[in-house]
Design a protein around this ligand. Structure first.
Ligand SMILES: C[S@@+](CC[C@H](N)C(=O)[O-])C[C@H]1O[C@@H](n2cnc3c(N)ncnc32)[C@H](O)[C@@H]1O
Length: 243
C-alpha cells in the first residue's frame, strides 16, 4: 500500500498500483473477495435495486457492472484520464452506465441525484477527506448512503504488511476519524484467491515494497489469503432538518 499520501487540494491522490500497472491491478481485482462478501455486506446496508449509484474513484470501472446488474443508473467518477478511458471501454454497451471525469472533492453530478455513493480503496483514507464527505452528502438524496470500503489494517496478515510499509499509518486514528464524522463501521473478512503463485507474487509486488512483498509471498502457503475490509457508512439526513 503505497498510495496513502494526500496531495494538495484539487490534485488526485497518487495510486501507483492502478496508475502504473492497470493490467496487474485487474488481476488483483479478480482475485479479491472471490466469495463476494463485501458486496453482500453492502447490499445489506443499502439495497440499490432500481436506484442510482455513484462509484467515486472507480479506476478502470471494475465494480460498475456489478452495481449495474440491479441499479437504475450507475455513474463512475475518476480523475486519472487513462483510467476514465479504460472504465468507459469496460462499460461500453451496458445500459444506464456512464463514466465521468472528476474527483471526490468536486463530483460532476447535481445535488440530491443519487441514492448510494460507493468508494473502494479510493480517496476516503481518513483525516483530510472531509471535502469528499461533504460532497457525497450534497449529491445524495435524503436517506441515501455513503459507503467507504477500505482495507482493514488491523486484520492479519494483510494488515501487518500494510503497516510494515506505512509505519505512520495509524488504523485507530483513521477509524476514530470516521466515527467522529458519524459513520457506522462494519468489518468483513474476505478471501483473495489467485490462479497461480506467479499472479500472487506479481500483485504483492505492486502493493508493497520489495522487502514486504517478498515476506508476504513466503507467508502465503498456497493460492489464497484472508483480507479484512472496513466498510464505513453514513446516511444523508432525511426528514425535517432544523436550522
Ligand atoms: C486503488 S484505486 C481503486 C479503484 C477502484 N475503486 C477499484 O476498486 O478498482 C484508487 C482510485 O482512486 C482514484 N483517485 C485518486 N484521487 C482521487 C480523488 N481525489 N477523487 C476520486 N478518486 C481519486 C485513483 O485515480 C484510482 O483510480
Amino acid at each position: 500500500m503505497r498510495h496513502r499520501r494526500r496531495p494538495p487540494p484539487g490534485q488526485p491522490i497518487p495510486s501507483p498500483n492502478i496508475w502504473h500497472w492497470p493490467e496487474i491491478y485487474e488481476v488483483e481485482n479478480r482475485a479479491q473477495d472471490v466469495d463476494g462478501v463485501v458486496f453482500a455486506a453492502l447490499r445489506r446496508l443499502a439495497d440499490w435495486t432500481g436506484r442510482d449509484v455513484l462509484d467515486v474513484g472507480c479506476g478502470t470501472g471494475f465494480h460498475l457492472p456489478e452495481f449495474a446488474r440491479d441499479a437504475r443508473t450507475v455513474t463512475g467518477v475518476e480523475p486519472h484520464p487513462p483510467l476514465v478511458a479504460a472504465a468507459r471501454e469496460r462499460v461500453a454497451g451496458l445500459g444506464g452506465v456512464r463514466v465521468l471525469a472528476g474527483s471526490a472533492e468536486k463530483l460532476p453530478v447535481p445535488d440530491r441525484s443519487v441514492d448510494v455513493v460507493h468508494a473502494r480503496t479510493a480517496y476516503f483514507f481518513g483525516p483530510g477527506c472531509g471535502p469528499g464527505i461533504t460532497e457525497a452528502m450534497r449529491v445524495l438524496r435524503p436517506g441515501g448512503l455513503l459507503a467507504v470500503v477500505d482495507l482493514d489494517a488491523t486484520a492479519s496478515p494483510y494488515g501487518d504488511w500494510m503497516r510494515a510499509d506505512l509505519p505512520h499509518y495509524d488504523p485507530a486514528t483513521v477509524e476514530a476519524f470516521f466515527d467522529a464524522q458519524g459513520f457506522d463501521l462494519t468489518r468483513v473478512l474476505t478471501r483473495w484467491e489467485f490462479q497461480d503463485r506467479r499472479a500472487l507474487r506479481t500483485v504483492l509486488g505492486i502493493e508493497f515494497t520489495e522487502r514486504t512483498a517478498e515476506r508476504a509471498f513466503t507467508q502465503v502457503a498456497g493460492l489464497s489469503l484472508s483480507v479484512g475490509y472496513r466498510i464505513h457508512t453514513r446516511r444523508a439526513a432525511s426528514g425535517l432538518v432544523l436550522a
